[in-house]
Write a protein that binds this ligand. Structure first.
Ligand code: FES
Length: 166
């Protein structure tokens, strides 16, 4: 082929380079495969990575007893536990409703714990007042650490009449 002969498919009439249909399809196919490969890799990574649910520890420190005034109910949102302090001591009550597991709320004006889902109501010691909840709110074991902090163990439920005297 001489220098004066050019392939007419290589340049447009305005002199801009033109790619053939085959080249265009090759490049777009490679691009699509690359994107699909990245997506597939991401899906494989997600599929093979463990499906782990991170929950707070079942035993936790609730701080110094002086943090809790006498005759108070304190909701610990991270743990879903109420720390109740009365004149006779401390107890820890679950904030999870015994009906279908909704998170209850302390209502200081009404002096009770209420479930927003189906209307169960409880005294601050977890005893049911009304509603569909089949059981009172359970009490968790509560003790003092060697350095004087409250320690709640949600793995151990105790009778509601047990109070930690501090
Ligand atoms: S979940 Fe609390 S009353 Fe139904």
């Amino acid at each position: 082929m001489s220098d004066t002969m050019q392939n007419p498919a290589q340049k447009s009439p305005r002199g801009k380079p033109v790619i053939s249909r085959r080249e265009f399809l090759n490049e777009t196919t490679l691009g699509a495969l690359g994107i699909a490969g990245l997506g597939g890799t991401a899906l494989l990574y997600q599929y093979f990575s463990p499906n782990v649910l991170f929950e707070p520890p079942m035993t936790f420190r609730a701080g110094n007893p002086d943090l809790y005034p006498v005759d108070s109910v304190t909701f610990l949102q991270d743990q879903l536990v109420y720390i109740v302090r009365t004149s006779s001591g401390f107890y820890a009550v679950s904030a999870v409703c015994t009906h279908l597991g909704c998170i209850t709320q302390w209502k200081p004006d009404a002096n009770m714990i209420a479930c927003p889902c189906h209307g169960s109501k409880f005294h601050r010691d977890g005893v049911k007042i009304e509603g569909p909840a089949p059981r009172p709110l359970p009490h968790f074991a509560i003790s003092l650490t060697s350095d004087g902090e409250l320690l709640v163990n949600k793995l151990e439920t105790i009778k509601p009449d047990k109070v930690l005297n501090v």
